[in-house]
Design a protein around this ligand. Structure first.
Ligand code: SF4
Length: 170
């Protein structure tokens, strides 16, 4: 999904594609790995925190890429520790993702669509039909948002596509 002025969603981009971008901008190959380590190993969500990158490089990357595109607009916590986040995407649609805690297991339950085309009679998610598919980046972003709720005390160790939508239709 494009944002403004040719910005792209980093969480929806493969390391290979990001390496191609780096090559096209005269950056050495290792820069792509550095950025992905910041995002996926250290869990940062903005370029400012990438302290081994120069300021001009961070600014150039921020011109072309957005790491997080969603905005958390609601958080609810249940007495059993379950936490539900409502994220709003740039086109104003929303989707839910949930952290489920059981013993030492931390599970992210993420959505694959906004609405659902299947319309099972017992489920409210399909009542309004399908609004749109979530992108790969939006699904990764949900998992990363849930991961942030677990760390540093726990590790996210399970991801299920059991939120809004039928993943096999996306
Ligand atoms: S979200 Fe799942 S249960 Fe609900 S309508 Fe879609 S396929 Fe059926």
């Amino acid at each position: 999904m494009n944002f403004s002025n040719n910005q792209h969603h980093l969480l929806g981009t493969t390391l290979n594609d990001f390496t191609v971008f780096c090559a096209e901008h005269d950056l050495p190959k290792y820069r792509a790995k550095q950025v992905f380590e910041w995002v996926y190993t250290k869990g940062v969500s903005n370029f400012v925190e990438m302290s081994n990158l120069s300021k001009p490089l961070r600014e150039m990357l921020a011109e072309h890429w957005v790491i997080n595109t969603g905005k958390e607009i609601r958080r609810q916590q249940a007495s059993d520790g379950t936490i539900k986040l409502l994220l709003e995407w740039p086109d104003s649609v929303t989707s839910e993702c949930v952290l489920i805690s059981e013993d030492r297991r931390r599970t992210a339950c993420i959505s694959s669509q906004v609405g659902c085309p299947v319309g099972c009679q017992f489920c409210a998610s399909g009542l309004g039909g399908l609004q749109r598919n979530l992108t790969a980046g939006e699904m990764v972003e949900q998992a990363m948002s849930i991961r942030r709720l677990c760390e540093p005390i726990h590790r996210l160790n399970n991801i299920v596509l059991m939120g809004l939508g039928e993943p096999l239709t996306n």
